[in-house]
Design a protein around this ligand. Structure first.
Ligand SMILES: Cc1ncc(COP(=O)(O)O)c(C=O)c1O
Length: 442
């Protein structure tokens, strides 16, 4: 082999021996069997078929259904993106007008465009505005009271920083208004397995899209769509087949199967519950230094630390943690995000704790960020995304209409949505993110 850019870089990256605080949740540990690659296969008479499952795939889906307590759970080897596309497609059964939290992942915005959904937005808010913030039950109640045509609500919970919405209260409000609740739970598949069941499907959501691979020991691409509503469960496979490949990955599906067994019949639940204390200790180290983290209702396993007041910001963030042999999940210039799973080693946690301990003490200092507001919208996502467009230098983009989403990835949360007018605030936000061009409608 002499020209293998991807393979060679991965080998090189591995050789650094850095601690992984990013996805996938298995952290390349020994949890998954080595022979998965040898089991790569296709849909054969004895290996079932993803969209017509009536054999082994259906059996695993039933196990997953028991694991999450659902009416129906569908496997995806096309990531949470496929689960989100399917979820939105199924929600169309109830109507086309849907309420979305503004911190949606771009996969949802693209699915809206594909399905012709014109979103009504609701903005998250927080005391500090340092992290994304949450949508409160009263935000949802106000929006549903104001527009009786809304038939579905779509939230991201947890968000990238680990903040959770009060799903129980929001689900009650949605249902009393005759609306269904969908949750992008990409970052929260593990929430059913801690000391308290915080999984949105358990708390009353009708559907949740869950990226198993992010926080559980599953190969990249492994996800599920959980459905707890009989009407939505009907024809759900057909909906998924509209978007998904006809070649699902058997190694990915097998890893979901193995993970499900670990959580249903093995040590999974106790491993995830036990990890809470270790992560709480790391968080308390950050708090002792006066560092700001998301508070109140949060994912107990997500570490997110605002390092900007400690003088570590922008590109320095990744470099700082790298110097402790750590790869973060994501640094936004001000906050650093770490995904912890039971497949991290104690050495990983010591490195993270040491990196946090060695940050300057910022007790008493307070960081603030600009509040978000909604840009003016000219076109729905579908019309904008499928229009003729051109690439425009960001400095010349004020007043132009975006044709697609513009976002840093990760976290993949658009700063501007297709069909929205770019203003000066958006331009300065995009420049901060080092985004230099934007596709605009011609
Ligand atoms: C909130 C959120 N939703 C959806 C997705 C898409 O998930 P996947 O990469 O599994 O398709 C992501 C990916 O990072 C995400 O952060």
């Amino acid at each position: 082999m002499n020209n293998t850019p991807i393979y060679s870089r991965l080998l090189r990256h591995k050789s650094f021996g850095r601690s992984s605080f990013h996805t996938p949740g298995h952290k390349c540990s020994d949890f998954l069997p080595d022979n998965l690659l040898k089991l790569d296969c296709t849909e054969l008479p004895d290996t079932d078929a993803l969209y017509e499952a009536n054999g082994i795939i259906l059996e695993t889906e039933k196990n997953l259904s028991a694991l999450f307590g659902t009416k129906r759970t569908l496997i995806s080897s096309g990531g949470c993106t496929l689960a989100i596309q399917t979820m939105l497609c199924l929600a169309l059964k109830f109507g086309r007008k849907m309420l979305f939290s503004r911190n949606v992942h771009r996969s949802a915005v693209n699915a809206m465009a594909l399905l012709g959904i014109d979103p009504v937005w609701v903005l998250p808010h927080s005391d500090t505005d340092l992290f994304t913030g949450r949508i409160s039950p009263s935000d949802i109640e106000t929006a549903l009271d104001a527009d009786k045509e809304i038939t579905a609500v779509y939230l991201t919970s947890p968000d990238y920083y680990g903040e959770l919405c009060d799903i129980g209260a929001i689900a009650e409000i949605c249902h009393s208004h005759g609306a269904i609740l969908m949750v992008d739970n990409a970052h929260g598949s593990h929430l059913a397995f801690g000391s308290k069941n915080l999984h949105p499907i358990h708390l009353g959501a009708d559907m949740t899209a869950c990226s198993l691979h992010k926080t559980l020991p599953v190969l990249t691409g492994g996800a599920v769509l959980n459905i707890n509503n009989k009407d939505l469960a009907e024809n759900s496979k057909e909906a998924m087949s509209l978007f998904g490949s006809t070649s699902p990955s058997y190694p990915v599906m097998s890893s979901i199967d193995i993970c499900c067994d670990y959580l249903l019949n093995g040590n999974g639940k106790s491993d995830y519950t036990a990890l809470e204390a270790r992560v709480a200790h790391i968080k308390s180290t950050a708090l002792k230094k006066g560092l700001t983290m998301p508070d109140e209702l949060c994912d107990p396993l997500r570490v997110c630390v605002n390092t900007s007041l400690a003088g570590i910001k922008g590109e320095e963030q990744e470099k700082y943690f790298c110097s402790y042999n750590i790869d973060c999940e994501f640094c936004d210039g001000e906050n650093a995000v770490f995904i912890c799973t039971p497949f991290n080693t104690e050495r990983d946690f010591i490195r993270l704790e040491t990196a946090i301990k060695n940050l300057p003490d910022v007790t008493g200092k307070k960081a603030v960020r600009n509040k978000q507001s909604l840009p003016k919208k000219i076109f729905p996502p579908r019309k904008a995304l499928f229009s003729h467009s051109e690439s425009v230098n960001i400095k010349d983009a004020v007043g132009r209409t975006a044709s697609g989403t513009v976002c840093p990835c990760p976290p993949g949360i658009p700063v501007i949505m297709p069909g929205e007018v770019i203003d000066e605030t958006t331009v300065s936000e995009l420049l901060k993110l080092n985004i230099k061009t934007v596709n605009c409608i011609k």
